[in-house]
Design a protein around this ligand. Structure first.
Ligand code: GLY
Length: 362
């Protein structure tokens, strides 16, 4: 590409690649800058699309955006399959939220009562109903609920599919690190660099470490359970994400740290909770233990929109625990903003200017 691009996207994780794809598909000239596409948080992510099970106290605006994006996912996955020729493993089996002990169940119930109060689809189940749905659960699991609209995709299939779709639409990947925004020359620059956005923009994005395990069913058949399971087990909060390939993702720690070391203690806690909830997992192969850095923000919500004082610079970062679910809505809203110049009202709670003049909180 010899002419100046219309859009330069800094960061080739799911959010950056989806923006690149959508913009290129609208006829814009797009470059994407990243020395190692898909090597950030998405490489570790489990891929839960959980607008309900991840609706937490005091985050109702974020919950609205999660629900909006989750509703866009089926169409997004279908469009992406058509544009890339690849399947991203979208599965709509739903999510079970379970508690191992009476205390765990009380904690889970507090959260799902709040979620029901918001009108979100989550339905408590009797223990027998729970086990009918998922016989692989341990008999001593005290109870749970089902969130039928909380689905999943496989982030490790998503990134190559997005890259193929973006490149087929004409986007050009530049495999180099961008150390400062002055190194990029385009009509619009979009910073979608996860934790790297902090240095590039001064916005308050900080790393939040998550340690994650990947198990594999013996014989490489599919796991014996189909739902995503979010469980409270002796005070640990974990999730189990089964894939058709036989993989089960077990996550995750939430640590205010910036390293990506895997610790014995975290592996022990995740495995103990996993096996307490689904005993057959003790027979699975442990194939991977990794840690990634979620881009966290002071209010746990993403930062999407124009960077104050920097005409032509947009930001799409700070997706924290929700990068995968928020990919479609982020890409759609940023693309519309670039094409029309008008921010969608959905963006109002998430714009970079909400942090005021004090841009560096971390
Ligand atoms: N969304 C799951 C996590 O961040 O661990």
């Amino acid at each position: 590409m010899l002419t100046r691009p219309d859009v330069a996207v800094v960061g080739a994780g799911p959010v950056g690649l989806a923006i690149a794809w959508r913009c290129a598909a609208r006829g814009l000239r797009v470059t994407v800058h990243d020395p190692a596409p898909g090597s950030g948080a998405s490489h570790v992510a489990a891929g839960m699309l959980s607008p309900v099970a991840e609706a937490y106290f005091g985050e109702h605006e974020l919950t609205g955006l999660l629900a909006e994006s989750a509703a866009r996912w089926p169409r997004f996955a279908a469009d992406l399959a058509e544009a890339s020729g690849a399947d991203v493993g979208y599965r709509a089996d739903g999510t079970l939220v379970v508690g191992l002990t009476a205390d765990d169940l009380a904690e889970a119930r507090r959260l799902w009562s709040y979620q029901q109060g918001l009108g979100l689809p989550i339905t408590p189940l009797r223990p027998s109903e729970l086990r009918d749905r998922e016989p692989a659960l341990a008999p001593r699991v005290r109870g749970g609920a089902v969130a039928p609209g909380d689905h999943q995709v496989d982030p490790r299939r998503l990134v190559p599919a997005l890259r193929a779709a973006a490149e087929r639409a004409g986007a050009v990947l530049r495999p180099a690190r961008v150390g400062a925004l002055s190194e990029v020359d385009a009509r619009v620059t979009v910073v979608a660099a996860g934790c790297g956005a902090a240095d590039l923009t001064g916005l308050p994005v900080r790393p939040v470490k998550g340690q994650v395990l990947r198990l594999r069913a013996p014989g490489r058949g599919a796991p014996d359970f189909r739902h995503v399971i979010r469980g409270y087990a002796d005070g640990e909060s974990i999730y189990l994400v089964p894939r058709d390939s036989g993989e089960v993702v077990v996550g995750a720690t939430v640590e205010e740290r910036a390293d990506t070391e895997v610790t014995a203690g975290a592996v022990l806690r995740l495995l103990r909770a996993a096996v307490d909830l689904v005993p057959e997992l003790a027979e699975y192969d442990l194939v991977e233990a990794t840690a990634g850095l979620r881009p966290g923000t002071p209010d746990n919500a993403p930062i999407i929109g124009s960077l104050p004082g920097r005409p032509g610079v947009l930001v799409a970062t700070g997706h924290h625990r929700h990068g995968i679910v928020l990919t479609p809505v982020t890409a759609d809203l940023v693309t519309e903003l670039i094409v029309t110049g008008e921010p969608d009202p959905l963006l109002a709670p998430f714009t970079p200017d909400r942090f005021g003049k004090e841009r560096r909180w971390n």
